[in-house]
Design a binder for this molecule. Structure first.
Ligand SMILES: Nc1ncnc2c1ncn2[C@@H]1O[C@H](COP(=O)(O)OP(=O)(O)OP(=O)(O)O)[C@@H](O)[C@H]1O
Ligand SMILES: [Mg+2]
Length: 268
């Protein structure tokens, strides 16, 4: 469990007249063991916030703290702790997995990087990780190209769990999947979050998905958080005009099948 506190985060790309203020004074809290949804139009700054939390992007100003520890502290020990404590899962598991490594090798490597035991202990660790994401043990011998999109995303989730993170930043992790498996991956994430008491920042375009999975939801527009509240309230009675326009676009999501899917059996 961990609490993420973001205060007055600013990220500017470029300089002078062409500078883009991608993140414009964002403050956001992800409390211990909760899922906070982050929605907003394309280009509103969601991924830039995510990448900054994961240490892939330097903030221009502002502070990010996990359980009080500055995520941008300069010390090597702090950087190591951050790389363990915060893990990111991306939209496209195919590009984030090495095609030349079997699933078992990928998971073994993730365990080894963080110094987890002997080869034999790691083999047991690989089996545990696969079980955790509800994959059969024989998947260890397979390569990413032989797996379905949903299975690849499960492998990506297992790899991120190998280092026992406290906070997971999930950026559009179901967007590239068939509608029929999106719900299953959402369910898995929610179950794991409860089982392992993770804190999660869940980024999506899909309001049905945040209503289903998130405890609270923040809405971004043009680099700013314009609204943050209980997920159901944001979707059912948004107060900000921008959120209202997002909600008005929900029928398009229903059309894509996800909303229907979430209502059909998974939300029970
Ligand atoms: N490395 C970069 N260099 C310059 N500009 C960038 C860079 N990364 C992002 N931007 C700009 O910052 C703004 C926010 O982008 P970001 O990717 O964070 O949006 P997003 O909300 O994740 O969008 P999407 O929903 O399409 O994924 C955009 O205007 C984008 O063009
Ligand atoms: Mg993005």
């Amino acid at each position: 469990m961990a609490e993420l506190l973001i205060d007055d985060l600013v990220v500017v790309f470029g300089t002078g007249r062409t500078a883009v203020r991608a993140v414009d004074d964002v403050s956001l809290r992800v409390p211990h063991g909760t899922i906070v949804g982050l929605v907003g139009e394309s280009g509103s700054g969601k991924s830039t916030v995510a990448r900054t939390i994961a240490g892939l992007q330097q903030p221009t100003s502002g502070s990010l703290r996990l359980d009080g520890r500055d995520l941008f502290a300069r010390g090597r020990a702090d950087r190591l702790a951050r790389s363990r404590d915060v893990q990111m899962i991306f939209q496209d598991p195919y590009s984030s997995l090495n095609p030349r490594m079997s699933v078992g090798e990928t998971l073994d490597e993730a365990l080894a990087i963080h110094g987890d035991g002997t080869a034999k202990e790691r083999a047991a660790g690989v089996r545990e990780l696969l079980e955790l994401v509800r994959l059969k043990p024989d998947v260890a011998g397979q390569y990413p190209s032989h797996l379905s999109g949903g299975m690849r995303q499960r492998v990506a989730i297992a790899r991120c769990l190998a280092v026992r993170p406290k906070l997971i930043v999930a950026d559009e992790i179901t967007s590239a999947l068939d509608a029929s498996v999106q719900g299953a991956v959402l369910n898995l994430l929610r179950e794991l979050q409860r089982e392992l008491e993770l804190s999660v920042l869940f980024i999506t375009h899909n309001l049905a998905a945040v209503r289903y999975i998130a405890d609270t939801t923040a809405v971004m527009s043009r680099g700013r958080v314009v609204e943050h509240g209980p997920a159901a309230q944001i979707v059912e009675s948004p107060t900000h005009p921008y959120t209202q326009s997002l909600v008005a676009a929900i029928p398009r999501i229903e059309h894509a099948g996800t909303d229907h899917l979430l209502h059909a059996g998974l939300a029970s």
